[in-house]
Design a protein around this ligand. Structure first.
Ligand code: PMP
Length: 390
């Protein structure tokens, strides 16, 4: 049984089943509620009871801020999914991968030996806006956001002096493509953001084996509100600098959260991830099939295309089923795609937010089934109003 709910904006009635006519649909945030039905089925197994006198200290008995058991189950999760190598890696926890992104950018910017010029932070367009926003907000004298990695490569191809950090998001937010670093050289460090490298969204093609990889509980199990992420770090000095950042910003991650995450991940790995990954993938596959059908009737709008690849987890060639539709408005006059969708009562995220063009808009596909169904209703209306050749 669904717990008593607060109706979201567009629904009303006793059981929130009545959709208000012409209510705008929220396709903006990447709230991963598509996994809620799985966790409803695991209501008992996934629950934890915490008494008031439990876990009151800052530290665990071994004097650290991290649960050894949780670290073990995270290594196990990567080994069953095959999405990352954990041997010879330090594991670090953060309040979401958001905190770890800041910790990683901080740690790698300090590897600049002279500090004469700040380390440049780059990502290739389209990129997740948080990288830019954090760098600009924290405004460290050791770090400066520089924009698109490909543009930098063209203009500074032979510059092996300036220290740079490239953030590689794979699969990428917003377009879902598997990405590789654009830059290389002795002065280049990378942060690999693997938030979406799970079988729901993408074929698992190789285990990630990078210097610094970040993962997020938000997209691994769908528990975005628990604010938990982890990093796999090769270099001890970098790990120590990240640890110091976490220590000074929050004295570690909530022990209650760590206990809860341990319970959730135990449920996930108990059958090798079979149930949750199949459920999540099938859900998104159905959503993508529906979406592709609608967009195939349109000449005005198009979706990203990614060739299927072999997935080591499902042991078959499979489609990409990204979290987001990266929609292009194809008509040259349609320079504000976000606005076109907004007028059609679909709130997405403007392509410009990702360093891209206004002719793109991102639509979230990982929200609840109600949100998705509502999105589909509105998209059908928008596409059916299309006047061919207008
Ligand atoms: N990286 C990417 C690419 C993301 O899209 C997000 C959030 N949607 C994050 C990191 C942050 O995730 P978290 O909730 O773990 O802070």
């Amino acid at each position: 049984n669904k717990p008593p709910c607060e109706c979201n904006n567009c629904y009303t009635g006793k059981d929130c089943s009545f959709l208000l006519p012409d209510c705008p649909v929220d396709a903006n945030s990447g709230d991963p509620l598509f996994l809620e039905p799985f966790w409803m089925r695991k209501a008992e197994k996934s629950s934890v009871l915490v008494s008031g006198w439990h876990r009151m200290s800052y530290l665990y008995q071994d004097g650290t801020y991290v649960s050894e058991e949780l670290e073990k189950v995270i290594r196990k999760l990567h080994s069953v999914v095959g999405n990352a190598v954990t041997d010879n890696r330090f594991v670090i926890f953060g309040s979401g991968s958001t905190q770890l992104l800041a910790a990683a950018a901080h740690a790698l910017s300090l590897t600049n030996s002279s500090y004469s010029s700040p380390t440049r932070l780059l990502a290739s367009v389209p990129f997740y806006a948080m990288y830019k926003e954090q760098a600009e907000f924290f405004n460290s004298r050791y770090l400066k956001f520089e924009g698109d990695a490909s543009v930098w490569k063209k203009s500074k191809g032979n510059d092996n002096i300036t220290q740079v950090i490239e953030v590689v998001t794979s699969p990428n937010n917003p377009d879902g493509k598997l990405k590789r670093a654009v830059l290389d050289g002795p002065n280049v460090r990378t942060i690999h953001d693997y938030a979406y490298y799970w079988p729901y969204f993408s074929p698992i093609t190789v285990p990630a084996d990078e210097d610094l990889s970040l993962f997020s509980l938000s997209k691994a199990t769908g528990h975005a509100g628990s604010r938990f992420g982890w990093g796999l770090v090769k270099d001890k000095a970098v790990y120590e600098k990240m640890k110091r950042y976490i220590q000074l910003s929050s004295l570690g991650v909530s022990r209650t959260t760590q206990l809860y995450v341990l319970q959730l991940l135990k449920v996930v790995v108990s059958d090798g991830g079979d149930e949750i990954f199949h459920f999540g993938y099938e859900t998104l596959k159905k959503r993508w099939d529906t979406l592709n059908k609608i967009f195939s009737m349109s000449t005005r709008f198009s979706l990203q295309r990614i060739k299927p690849e072999y997935c080591n987890y499902f042991k078959k060639v499979r489609d990409f089923t990204p979290s987001y539709a990266w929609v292009k408005c194809e008509r040259s006059a349609d320079t504000n795609c976000y606005e076109i969708f907004r007028e059609a009562k679909i709130t997405g995220r403007d392509g410009k937010v990702f360093g891209s063009e206004g002719s793109f808009v991102r639509l979230s596909l990982i929200r609840s089934q109600d949100d998705f169904d509502h999105l589909i209703d509105m998209l059908k209306k928008l596409v059916s109003h299309e006047v061919v050749g207008a």
